[in-house]
Design a protein around this ligand. Structure first.
Ligand code: FAD
Length: 415
């Protein structure tokens, strides 16, 4: 939709005016901007980098629900389908999951982000690249953003500001949005690699490999895999050791082609809105704690953020009370998944290598549960399979219940 407001009318007291200003042209920012523009708001996206989707900070594994939420045709960014996984315990016990259906896609995040941004622009959002937002002040019922650094500064006035800044979220912190409950450290290389099955991802667990989370290898283009891990801290050091470890070293067929380093924010803050302000995506800790995937919850929440921001700005009421609609709706949409995911993540992170071996060994003998996980497994909504499998786990379930009781404060976690 073309914007009806001529540019000249957006100037007021030497300042450009918009209904909604979105900070960041990642998936969450582009989606929020698209939705706000679609309902008729004047929207600007401000992105500090000169290009969208760069630098890539992602393993590029998107569940089918995330693809659906993107509203993009697969052909624009998909590399290969994923129909299963190998899960390997610290001591080498293994479960293989195979599915007839495609459960996820390996994607080119650069192309994905660019396609989303192009859609936002086609919906009428103005896009300004190379435009870092460096300051934010509240002036009555409007927000004033400073864009640029040094002497080259611009001021932009907006009814509602949406922070889709990613994990750093400097402006969101400045607006009073709290940090996530934890930030994990993550690193990955894209590397020529001996791939066992190009339709399966490999997950490796264990305190020595990736303390507090897991390591992965994800088949990408022919003969290349994304090998990485996420852990409590120092991901680069852990990744170096992982690449040197015997199961991985002998499968490397060349040096790294691309290095990715980043933080994974887990656990949204108590509030994601303030006066005239909302946070979405990584800036709001909307990341699945079971897999570290942020695209699905980020896109779901961004759609709500865009709609509410546009409506509030057009009504002339951008108060925190008005923006609560976003808070309530996104927590209703994905809050339960994030809560359950956090409980599972913290339970797994608290397990010893022996307990992880025990769990994977027990489960590897349970064909019935493996089939169930293959059928109902959904990386975007893990609660569905957890609820089905947990009551049928028998002895393995009792052992997990004991581990949960040992860390019972985990159960108090709320989203
Ligand atoms: C190693 C790694 C692997 C991952 N793998 C997966 C995966 O396989 N699947 C999955 O779903 N998720 C994955 N994630 C998480 C996923 O990448 C994020 O959840 C997702 O990118 C969040 O999207 P976003 O739009 O919220 O933020 P981002 O994609 O981080 O975008 C934020 C944008 O804001 C811009 N910006 C920041 N500050 C400013 C400012 N002040 N002014 C202007 N612009 C600004 C940035 O330049 C950036 O373009 C992974 C993360 C890491 C670190």
């Amino acid at each position: 939709m073309e914007k009806a407001i001529p540019l000249i009318d957006r100037w007021h007291h030497g300042m450009e005016q918009y209904d909604v200003a979105v900070i960041g042209a990642g998936p969450a920012g582009s989606m929020a901007a698209k939705k706000a523009a679609e309902v008729g708001a004047a929207v600007i996206i401000l992105e500090e980098h000169p290009r969208a989707g760069w630098p890539v900070q992602c393993a590029g594994l998107l569940g089918v629900r995330a693809i659906e939420e993107s509203e993009l045709p697969l052909a624009k960014f998909a590399i290969r389908p994923v129909r299963g996984a190998f899960v390997v315990s610290p001591g080498g016990f293994q479960i293989t999951f195979r599915s007839k259906e495609t459960k996820a896609w390996v994607v080119d995040r650069r192309l994905f982000d660019r396609a989303l941004l192009a859609k936002a622009a086609r919906s009428g959002a103005e896009v300004r690249m190379g435009s870092p937002v460096t300051d934010l002040v509240r002036d009555g019922r409007r927000s004033i953003l400073t864009v640029g650094r040094g002497v080259d500064l611009q001021k932009i006035e907006a009814g509602v500001v949406i922070s889709a800044e990613g994990v750093g979220a400097r402006i969101a912190r400045r607006a009073g949005i709290g940090p996530p409950r934890e930030i994990l450290s993550s690193a990955q290389v894209e590397v020529p690699f001996e791939v066992v099955d190009p339709e399966k991802v490999e997950i490796r667990l264990g305190e020595k490999v990736a303390p507090g989370f897991f390591a992965w290898s994800i088949p990408a283009q022919e003969g290349v895999a994304r090998v990485g891990l996420c852990c409590r801290e120092n991901a680069c050091e852990h990744l170096k050791s992982f690449l040197r470890s015997s199961p991985i070293r002998k499968r490397l067929k060349g040096g790294p082609l691309h290095l990715v380093v980043g933080g994974l924010p887990l656990g949204p803050p108590a509030s994601t809105v303030a006066e005239g302000f909302m946070a979405v995506g990584d800036a709001a800790g909307q990341v699945k704690p079971t897999s570290g995937g942020g695209i699905y919850p980020g896109l779901v929440s961004a759609k709500i953020a865009g709609e509410v921001a546009a409506a509030a700005a057009l009504e002339g009421d951008a108060s925190a009370a008005r923006l609560q609609e976003y808070e309530k709706r996104w927590r209703r949409a994905v809050g339960r998944e994030l809560r359950l995911g956090m409980i599972v993540h913290r339970m797994m992170a608290g397990m010893t290598d022996e307990e992880l071996d025990d769990l994977i060994r027990d489960l590897s003998k349970r064909e019935d549960l493996i089939r169930m996980i293959e059928e109902c497994g959904d990386i975007d909504r893990p609660s569905v399979v957890i609820r089905k499998v947990a009551p049928r786990m028998g002895l393995a379930g009792l052992k997990l219940a004991k581990i949960l009781l040992r860390n019972r404060q985990i159960l108090k976690y709320s989203v």
